[in-house]
Every structure is written in structure tokens, then in C-alpha cells.
Design a protein around this ligand. Sequence first.
Ligand SMILES: [Zn+2]
Ligand SMILES: [Zn+2]
Length: 129
Amino acid sequence: MSGPCVAHPEAAATAVCHGCRRAFCDRCTIDFDGWTLCAPCKNRAVAWSMEVTDYRKPQTAFVLAMVGVFMMCFGIVLDIIAIIVAQKALREIQARPGLPGRALARWAILISSLGLLLHLLGFVAVWVR
Ligand SMILES: [Zn+2]
Ligand SMILES: [Zn+2]
């Protein structure tokens, strides 16, 4: 490591922040989840991880899809809502790859599509009879 710390010109840099790639001394960096980060980047990482654990759209879509499949009549509405929520979640995950639940959102779309199909077949069966 060469050159001084970004925040302390008198101190030699000992580490590079994984977030902003700038060089810092011992006092400036901390270990966060195995990542060496400076203070501003650490704060951003904390805010980010809180946002990430708060991201529940894929789970919501999945639960709606499952409930929709096993419910008669009204289930068709739940399946449609599940598809809308899951597609919205997938778009958001695509825009920000750090967000979790991609597979879950995909499953939600698959299950609710199947649910829709089952419900439609059910309606057809009732009409034909
Ligand atoms: Zn940084
Ligand atoms: Zn420093």
C-alpha cells in the first residue's frame, strides 16, 4: 500500500475501501461482514442491508399465489394480484440486483399462472355441465 490516507494526510494508507476504492489508514476503515469499508461506505452498507431485509414483495406475491391456488372463486383475483406484484418485484430486482427473492418471485408467477389455469378450467367445467 502506498500513499497517505484520504482523511489523514499524515498517516500511511493501510487498506482500500471496498465501496469507494479509496485508500485509508487503520483508524478510518472497519470490517463489515468481511468487507473493508470506510465510514461513509459502512453507513451506506447498513442502510442498504436494512432496505434489503425489508424487501418483502416476492414473499407477498408467493403467499398470494399459494392462497389463490387453494381458494375457490375469489382465488382467481388473488392469483392476478400475485402475478402483478411478482412482476413488479422482478422488475425492481432487475434494476437493483442486490435485492433478494428473484427465484421466489418467479415461483409466484408460475404458481399463480397455474392457479389461473385451474380456475379457468373449473369455470369451463361448470359451464359445460
Ligand atoms: Zn468507502
Ligand atoms: Zn485515516
